[in-house]
Design a protein around this ligand. Sequence first.
Ligand code: HEC
Ligand code: HEC
Length: 216
Amino acid sequence: MKILNYILILMFFISCGNSTEFKESPIPQIQRNTPSPVTPTFSDIEERVLKPNCIQCHAGYSDYQVVFSGKEKILEAVLKGTMPKNAPALNNELKSLLNDWVSAGAPFEDDDGEDPPAPIELAPTWESLSKNVIFPKCVQCHNPNGQASFLDLSTRQKFFEQRVDYLNNFEDVANSYLLEVINDPDEPMPPVWSNIERLNEKEVKALIEWIENGLP
Ligand code: HEC
Ligand code: HEC
């Protein structure tokens, strides 16, 4: 009987010891390259990371292809805490979620889900240019809430409204103010400090053709 009491008391202390140890355990570190048992999909990232914290400035992040092609920079900005801008860094749970997703190759859906939307080929249409060029390279600043809200480029209608000042009224578009700004050797758009890749030759050509055709 005495021995049994002794064992019970001992067990009590051991369990107390364990529970304080648990409480004081440090915040789990982010584990690189160890995906959690269930790999997150784009919709998890969209619902938990992008919509609540990023979309208001980076409108392009509603598009899978845009996020996929920028995934390393997105992860880096989130892990370092430089993004979201002017807001506290994301918590460790969200950082790990994003890290797991990128480590797993940034899947759109799980295995038995649908295929990711195919990248839209570059063509002189709003559908193609907005997804390939204007959202990823301009709209994160040029939207109604962005830092360059004075020139909203997020809809075709907004481009149309700029036709006199920026688009040379659809004539000789290669020499319009918009193209001058895009091609400016010293202070181009997107700005050098943004680290956003400048428009390549093909993109510039498609943009000119799109405007000359009256923004189809
Ligand atoms: C309040 C607006 C705002 C929010 C919210 C925001 N960003 Fe940004 N982001 C910017 C601006 C502006 C820049 C351009 C660089 C700068 O000003 O720091 C930028 C730049 C970036 C860049 C490019 C920087 C680089 O190193 O190449 C990435 C990637 C990025 N943001 C990711 C995100 C992610 C991911 C989120 C959400 C977790 C987010 N941002 C939330 C405004 C924002
Ligand atoms: C990272 C933010 C950012 C991105 C991305 C960006 N811009 Fe800008 N843009 C600005 C800011 C800020 C200004 C105002 C200050 C200035 O002219 O530098 C501006 C100004 C402009 C102007 C007016 C210039 C003037 O002096 O009248 C045009 C036109 C323009 N941007 C077009 C674009 C186009 C087209 C893209 C994409 C190819 C783009 N911008 C991408 C931030 C951005």
